[in-house]
Design a protein around this ligand. Sequence first.
Ligand code: HEC
Ligand code: HEC
Ligand code: HEC
Ligand code: HEC
Length: 104
Amino acid sequence: MRILKFLLFGTLAFFSVSAFALEIPEIIKMSDVEEKPVLFHHGEHQAAVSDCSDCHHAGMEKPRCNSCHGADRLIPRLKSAFHHQCRNCHIKNGGPTDCSGCHK
Ligand code: HEC
Ligand code: HEC
Ligand code: HEC
Ligand code: HEC
């Protein structure tokens, strides 16, 4: 029994660690809305922006923006949420603001 518990715990710990590592990709090819795909360098942004919640403003439980934006009509649509968050920070901090800077 003790061995079984140990194995279970070990497996859970292993899965939670590896799942976490796998769930944060270096580059995300965004195609939630039909348009030229935007390649988002999550890794570089994560390194430049210290706080996850600057972008994941609703917390880390649902990291995908489309779990709320576009899912509930009272919440701003996905395109608007991305354009506001991405572009506003770029205007302030010097990332690309031209369409082609993001839509390759
Ligand atoms: C800072 C980055 C950035 C800039 C600059 C930007 N976009 Fe986007 N745009 C995005 C992201 C991110 C999405 C969502 C992509 C996705 O999930 O597929 C998006 C989505 C869109 C969509 C899809 C909307 C839909 O409902 O299908 C259109 C159209 C669009 N952008 C047009 C533009 C135009 C036109 C400009 C220039 C005036 C522009 N974008 C500038 C990042 C940007
Ligand atoms: C500069 C903005 C920004 C920062 C900072 C940031 N993220 Fe993200 N993250 C995003 C965007 C945008 C996505 C793509 C969301 C989508 O496609 O709906 C994403 C996606 C993710 C995903 C993948 C979701 C999936 O299933 O594809 C995870 C996990 C995640 N972020 C975790 C984190 C963690 C942990 C931190 C802090 C260490 C962090 N993020 C910091 C913007 C950011
Ligand atoms: C758990 C639900 C939830 C998730 C997940 C979520 N949001 Fe939001 N978001 C909201 C709600 C509700 C509002 C409107 C109320 C407010 O301003 O807080 C909002 C407002 C916003 C706004 C301000 C309104 C606008 O369009 O300018 C931006 C920008 C935004 N979200 C971007 C994002 C991005 C980018 C992600 C993914 C990284 C994300 N949100 C994930 C619920 C969510
Ligand atoms: C909180 C601030 C912040 C947010 C939010 C943010 N960015 Fe950026 N981004 C930056 C900064 C700062 C740079 C410039 C980094 C550099 O040049 O070293 C940058 C650079 C970029 C670049 C050019 C360099 C590269 O990595 O290819 C792209 C493309 C880009 N961002 C896309 C996006 C998209 C798409 C979003 C929204 C999903 C987004 N960014 C949200 C701060 C932000």
